[in-house]
Design a protein. Structure first.
Length: 222
């Protein structure tokens, strides 16, 4: 049970507590550049999810044989190889998305969150926790991208995934799909997530204090 709880914590921290975009503010370039539509945001998010998960697995397997002096080039080579495979798959099976994201797909190689998880976590942990760490961070990234793309497309075009929802009478907020609108929305969402995170941290601290007090009382009674 404790092992399961530990693995869940490894996975879940990327969803909220250490969300790559809303809490760590990493890889904001794609969050601004490709989120003018929900489908592009989702495609980029899923691409990063695949890359970060597979790279964590690879780094976890081979880290013990990598000389620490050349670890960063090795990490980048691993990321670049996986990104190339993702690009080829998208070009073959999703050519429209590939054309929309092609230049940004190549930039995944230098996304800070992928290299950071390889260095901070995958290189120091076994395969299963490393895979779950990558999967959790990837899900957090993909979820953040989808949320931003959802809001920007709805406000800027009145549609979701290209399906018109608000009707012909809706007057689109064009700023929502322009870079200034993306900056404003991302800033607001980061603020909201930070506020929610602070409340969660305070709740955890209060719960921990109650637990300590209860344990102290029980020891006194004993």
């Amino acid at each position: 049970m404790n092992d399961n709880q530990g693995l869940w914590q490894v996975f879940s921290k990327g969803l909220m507590d250490q969300n790559p975009i809303f809490r760590l503010a990493l890889s904001l370039c794609p969050a601004l550049a490709v989120t003018s539509s929900a489908i592009n945001a989702l495609a980029m998010g899923l691409s990063v999810l695949v890359v970060i998960t597979l790279n964590n697995i690879v780094i976890s397997i081979f880290s013990k044989w990598v000389n620490p002096k050349v670890r960063i080039p090795v990490y980048i080579t691993s990321i670049a190889t996986i990104v190339t495979v993702v690009q080829l798959v998208m070009e073959a099976y999703f050519p429209v998305l590939f054309k929309a994201l092609s230049i940004y797909l190549a930039l995944i190689v230098v996304f800070a969150i992928i290299l950071a998880r390889a260095e901070v976590f995958a290189s120091k942990n076994p395969i299963v926790p490393s895979a779950l760490d990558g999967l959790g961070m990837g899900c957090g990234f993909a979820g953040a991208m989808l949320l931003i793309g959802f809001i920007r497309e709805l406000l800027g075009n009145g549609s979701i995934f290209g399906v018109q929802l608000l009707g012909a009478s809706y007057n689109p907020m064009l700023i929502a799909i322009l870079p200034p609108g993306g900056f404003i929305l991302i800033g607001l969402l980061i603020g909201v997530f930070n506020i929610v995170g602070e409340y969660q941290d305070k709740a955890k601290d209060a719960k921990a204090k109650v637990g300590i007090s209860t344990a102290a009382v029980q020891r006194g009674e004993a």
